[in-house]
Design a binder for this molecule. Structure first.
Ligand code: FES
Length: 115
């Protein structure tokens, strides 16, 4: 059994279903921007750092691009990421992946999972 989650990140209802949100969390002592993506009652999270050139993926804080075919598109140079593993499937960092961050949904909140 996993240890209890610790840090509340955002209310689940604060993320549109199928959409994204951005929040900050302290990971290993560093404040990091996170991408949160909701699908129904599930949320996935990645560091908001594009593997191409290290830029944030949002064009304004919390404003992420989603393509017609459901890919997360980096606003800097258009790298496109699928939303299960965060793998870049098109663009300049094809084959690389966003760095996943473990989160849990409990009691209507998204929590940073314990390491
Ligand atoms: S920094 Fe994301 S595509 Fe270049």
């Amino acid at each position: 059994m996993s240890p209890p989650p610790r840090t509340a990140l955002i209310a689940l209802d604060g993320i549109a279903d199928g959409g994204f949100a951005e929040t900050e969390a302290v990971l290993a002592g560093d404040a990091e921007s996170l991408i949160l993506h909701r699908q129904g009652s599930e949320v996935r999270a990645w560091l908001n750092i594009c593997p191409h050139a290290g830029r944030r993926l949002d064009w304004a804080p919390g404003q992420f691009l989603k393509s017609k075919d459901g890919l997360l598109v980096c606003a800097a140079h258009g790298a496109s990421f699928e939303l299960m593993q965060g793998e870049c499937v098109a663009g300049p960092c094809r084959g690389e992946s966003l760095r996943a961050v473990a989160v849990e949904v409990r009691d209507g909140q998204v929590w940073l999972a314990s390491p």
